[in-house]
Design a protein around this ligand. Structure first.
Ligand code: ATP
Length: 355
């Protein structure tokens, strides 16, 4: 199966608002890629250009050797000519059609014989747990069932590429969990390429084989989820991925803590602009060691499985995350131990710096 390639793709709206800024990247075939980033960073525009729903200003988009779009040759392949499955937040099933009619709609349009359509529906109904629901109408289904019908409809035509724009955002937490597992399983079974737009880092971390973190119309970093988390290439990525977010110290803030962090990292102090530490890398001890780092507990938020502990250290608010209850109560002074693998440094331009 071919890769998706974007070459110097630019997209502006109304000739001035730059949505996608000279984007060059390859989405390898067979991957589950999550485009992750804050609102307005250009995720949806990127997806819509790959789908053919939005025309770039310039650049090139290819699916293997097949040119979807090229400003140089003037090529523009219409969406229906690109062999892909699309699913958006509003997955809009046809209300006047039964589940079966909805699912086989694309096949009927392609004039597949009725018998074969019915066979395909049986296969898909099994895959998406829709057995016995074929003759119902969308209004007679739960939200999760509707979502599964939309997925089955998208997959009925055996697309090589699935483009999904926040398809889980209308679901409640438990259904979302179920659908995340379902989509992941589906990707593993079908082996097709998936490009999934989300601003939800948990969705990206749990489902993707590769996360592309977007910022201001560009991809900041593309890597495996755990690599994004453990080795963020920039301040932006480090700040965006992780909950609670990484504790960031700009130069001059909490100097005792900051210099301990650069010492552990081995980063020359003059190269590090900002230093950051993951909340789970801040370990609390009951008694501050002599001459060691200390902080005062100011809030305690139990989440059930973990505790988010608010701290004041050298006039700075920090958050620690622990699977153990805090060693003391609010107002108490505690010691701080720092775990080396959760510490990061960034230069004046926000790029990660190593030792
Ligand atoms: P969200 O998560 O909020 O959907 P996004 O990352 O998907 O955001 P896009 O929808 O791609 O971002 O938008 C990128 C930029 O382009 C934003 O600044 C947005 O305001 C602008 N934009 C998007 N669509 C249009 C449009 N049809 N007309 C004008 N500007 C647009």
């Amino acid at each position: 199966m071919p890769n998706i390639t974007l070459n110097s793709v630019v997209k502006t709206y109304g000739g001035k608002s730059l949505a996608v800024d000279n984007l060059t990247t390859t989405f390898p075939s067979g991957e589950f890629i999550c485009l992750l980033g804050p609102s307005g960073c250009g995720k949806t525009t990127t997806l819509r250009m790959i789908a053919g729903l939005e025309r770039p200003d310039s650049g090139e988009i290819r699916f293997g050797d097949e040119v979807f779009y090229s400003s140089q040759t003037g090529t523009y392949l219409r969406p229906e000519k690109r062999k892909l499955g699309l699913m958006f937040q509003s997955y809009a099933l046809w209300p006047h059609m039964t589940v079966e009619q909805n699912v086989v709609f694309g096949l009927a349009m392609k004039r597949m014989p009725r018998e074969d359509q019915a066979k395909r529906f049986t296969e898909l109904a099994k895959l998406f747990h829709l057995d016995g629901l074929g003759q119902r109408y969308p209004r007679e289904l739960s939200g999760g069932q509707q979502q599964r019908v939309a997925l089955a409809r998208m997959l009925a035509v055996s697309p090589d590429l699935l483009l999904l724009d926040e398809p889980l955002s209308n679901l409640d937490a438990s259904l979302r969990l179920e659908m995340r597992a379902e989509l992941k399983r589906l990707h593993q079974t079908l082996g097709c390429t998936v490009i999934f737009v989300t601003h939800d880092q948990l969705e990206a971390m749990t489902m993707a084989t590769s996360i592309a973190v977007m910022n201001k119309g560009r991809i900041e970093q593309m890597a495996k989820p755990m690599d994004i988390y453990r080795h963020p290439s920039s301040h932006f990525v480090a700040n965006f991925v992780g909950s609670p977010p990484m504790n960031m110290l700009t130069p001059g803030e909490a100097p005792g803590l900051a210099s301990e962090m650069t010492k552990i990292l081995g980063t020359p102090a003059d190269r590090a602009g900002t230093v950051g530490i993951r909340p789970e890398a801040l370990r609390l001890t009951g008694q501050p060691a002599n001459g060691g780092l200390k902080a005062t507990i100011d809030t305690i938020q139990p989440t059930g499985a973990d505790w988010i502990i608010g701290l004041q250290a050298e006039g700075r608010q920090l958050f620690a995350l622990s699977s153990e209850p805090p060693p003391a109560d609010i107002g108490a002074e505690v010691g701080l131990n720092l775990k080396a693998d959760g510490i990061h440094a960034f230069d004046q331009n926000g790029k990660a710096v190593g030792p």
